[in-house]
Write a protein that binds this ligand. Structure first.
Ligand code: SF4
Length: 184
């Protein structure tokens, strides 16, 4: 029995997600991909990232769901944390809002387990992602968080390989307006 058959996988972008998706497929898991990333700014960048990962979902034949673009809600959540450094409190809140919504979608749609591609980048604090995931599922006793370090077992190398092979669009900043300003 594959306990991951009911996996809802929150995806942030194609480069972070491609290798993880291929690993899951190899293991016999066909996750439903869920795109909820109100942090991404501006809107055309949001659309570009979404289009890239959605195209890969179609290519792999995976189920796809995406939520509304809600940048105002995201900005409200990170108010006062605008100047926090990457890996700081703004990023923690950013993971929280995205994984809370993923958990709600999992609850409303009968998923038993949820995970995220958020932690694979070496620029992210994997412990922040882990904490957000655990907190997000806490209100729903029937849902578990897939607590897995995707960087391990060649995960980073696979991410780079799939990104190159698929010629994914590669962004130059993490996603929010604050990370974009820093990259400029
Ligand atoms: S730097 Fe990235 S993880 Fe941190 S708040 Fe901005 S978009 Fe979110």
């Amino acid at each position: 029995m594959n306990i991951l058959k009911d996996l809802l996988l929150h995806v942030c972008c194609a480069p972070c997600s491609g290798g993880i998706i291929e690993t899951l497929l190899e293991e016999g898991t066909r996750p439903t991909l869920y795109f909820y990333n109100p942090n991404i700014h501006p809107f055309d960048e949001y659309e570009r990232r979404k289009a890239a990962i959605k195209e890969f979902a179609q290519k792999t034949g995976l189920a796809w769901a995406d939520a509304d673009y809600e940048p105002d809600q995201w900005l409200t959540r990170v108010k006062g944390l605008e100047d926090a450094p990457e890996r700081g409190l703004r990023c923690q809140a950013c993971f929280d809002i995205r994984l809370e919504r993923t958990a709600l979608y999992a609850h409303e749609n009968g998923f038993k387990i949820m995970g995220t591609t958020n932690g694979i980048s070496r620029w992210k604090d994997i412990n922040q992602v882990r904490k957000s995931g655990m907190r997000a599922v806490a209100p729903y006793p029937g849902i578990a968080f897939l607590d897995r370090d995707w960087r391990k077992s060649g995960g980073i190398e696979r991410m780079n390989l799939v990104t190159k092979r698929e010629n994914f669009y590669q962004q130059t900043y993490c996603g929010c307006i604050f990370s974009n300003k820093k990259a400029m």
